[in-house]
Design a protein around this ligand. Structure first.
Ligand SMILES: [Zn+2]
Length: 90
């Protein structure tokens, strides 16, 4: 059994109820909980936006890569056809 020393925790109980994130001080526990919940939602929203932006960027990069690849293949095909035509001429 852990023995709690009143002297040790009493000072903690007397401290302000501050938010772990921005040190916003709340008057009581429900208010602190409410504040932390809002803080958490904001963080989650920011993360979601960032992930979304990153995904869109990756998609754009992928699309560009695919287009470049298709262009390269087309060029190769033309070269092959040109060579073939030359052989036919000979
Ligand atoms: Zn906060």
């Amino acid at each position: 059994m852990v023995k709690l020393e009143e002297k040790q925790y009493e000072s903690l109980l007397k401290e302000d109820l501050a938010c772990f994130h921005c040190n916003h001080v709340s008057k009581n526990m429900p208010q602190l909980k409410q504040h932390i919940e809002e803080e958490w939602n904001k963080l989650a929203e920011r993360e979601r936006t960032r992930a979304d932006r990153k995904r869109k960027l990756e998609e754009r990069k992928d699309r560009k890569k695919t287009e470049e690849l298709a262009e390269g293949e087309e060029q190769e095909e033309e070269e092959v056809l040109a060579k073939k035509a030359k052989i036919d001429e000979d």
